[in-house]
Design a protein around this ligand. Sequence first.
Ligand code: GLN
Length: 382
Amino acid sequence: MPPRFHSKLPDAGTTIFTIMSSLAAKHDAVNLGQGFPDFVMNEELVDLVTAAMKNNYNQYTHMAGYPPLRDILSEKIKLLYEASVDPETQITITPGGTYAIFTALTTILQPGDEVIIFEPAYDCYLPTVQMNGAIPVLIELQFPDYSINWQQVRSIISAKTRMIILNSPHNPTGAVLTEDDISRLIELVEGTDIIIVSDEVYEHIIFDSKKHLSMLRYPELLSRSFVCFSFGKTYHCTGWKMGYCVSSPELMSEFKKIHQFNAFSVNTPMQVALAHYLKKPEHYLTLNNFLQEKRDFFSECMDNTKFKALPSYGSYFQLYDYSKISNEPDFEFAQRLTREFGVATIPVSAFYQSKKDHKVLRFCFAKKEETLKKAVEKLKRL
Ligand code: GLN
């Protein structure tokens, strides 16, 4: 008899990204589903990793991260967000953005705490809340611009509200927070003990001259926030699984207690390489234009299909409405598109607990032009 146990996540299946990537591989489809670039990363950064390994940076580094990397991140935060962040006490390097989010939630949540999550929501938020015995409180973003209804948020906040999870630029919709959102947020949390976990892994992918409104810009928000970032999204190396978290010294000190008994420390040679690479701000400042061109190229090609674009202001995703083509449920349509037309996407209902279906699919445009063209040629047949 196998031993009996209680599942911590009885309702969780395989993530939609894995499902669609496997289906894409099976049918040899162009994969615009799971978010990862198909072009090569910068060779200089690869060479820096090789050099770090050859120079024997191969042992554990500091628990909070290689100190020169934290120093350069603090400089970058000053340059971009005009915030003074102490690299000693306010930054921890993590094995990926998702790990930073997991650790932030685990640092704070106690059983019974309520956590506000906006849907459509990136897949890890809800299970991480549940794993900690806390209660997800779901609020839908307003279709079709996916804005936050702050009045609704205010009416849902109670003494049990422990945390709000924010994500801008937003996955899967490409929506971004506005100045008005920030003022409403500041007003809402003032005088409360609410903690903010802000997923900003697409901080450098924001378009049309919009400004990324990081929690780091606002001292009254930074003092109650865990702000989570990703190197993978910025430097085209999602497989490296490298990220970092920034917070107040008090919150970060608790975060480190959890981190030190989990990953403890992160891949040293890659941190050494990044510490050199980040000395040149153009390495991250050019990303907006690079991906904006991809968004525009893809959307011009898609104009020749029956798909209708919803605006994307950031991230490397864009939603497309397919209601002129079919009224099938989005998951079925996405599977058929992969099987019969050779293009994989992500059905947006997967980002809702209720599986809400607005007949939109998420496309990842962080791909070579030839890949995007090839996908659109196939989609034209619909
Ligand atoms: N962040 C990626 C996306 O949104 C997925 C990563 C994963 O597969 N867990 O597509």
